[in-house]
Design a protein. Structure first.
Length: 121
């Protein structure tokens, strides 16, 4: 009986850790701290419509760089582009790096419009 209870607790903990809290993600994304923004972007998935909208609407002014060990030297723009690539499952026309690339941004904007994440602007 003890083993069943242990397994039930483990399963409940595992499932609860997998859930994304939209309010928490939004708080990370709207932060002025680049590390918090990057943490929020990392938590985005394909069902976070508001997150994709936020990333695309704020991608033009994100030149801040992270000093956290796992993201050291990457800027917010680069992390956002990688998230868009991960969510869309599409490779951009140009290679991604830390340099702002309008063609790549427009590529993902068009994808977001076609996928219903953004309204045609």
């Amino acid at each position: 009986m003890k083993h069943y209870i242990t397994w039930i607790i483990v399963i409940i903990l595992f499932v609860s850790c997998q859930e994304q809290n939209p309010k928490e993600i939004y708080n990370f994304l709207s932060s002025r701290n680049s590390d918090s923004v990057m943490r929020g972007v990392a938590k985005l998935n394909a069902t976070d419509t508001f997150g994709v909208q936020f990333v695309l609407n704020t991608i033009y002014n994100d030149r801040k760089i992270s000093h956290r060990a796992e993201l050291y030297g990457q800027n917010v723009y680069q992390v956002k582009m990688e998230a868009l690539k991960r969510i869309s499952k599409l490779d951009p026309p140009n290679p991604m790096n830390s340099t702002f690339d309008t063609l790549n941004v427009e590529f993902y904007k068009n994808w977001a419009i076609q996928s219903g994440y953004l309204k045609n602007q």
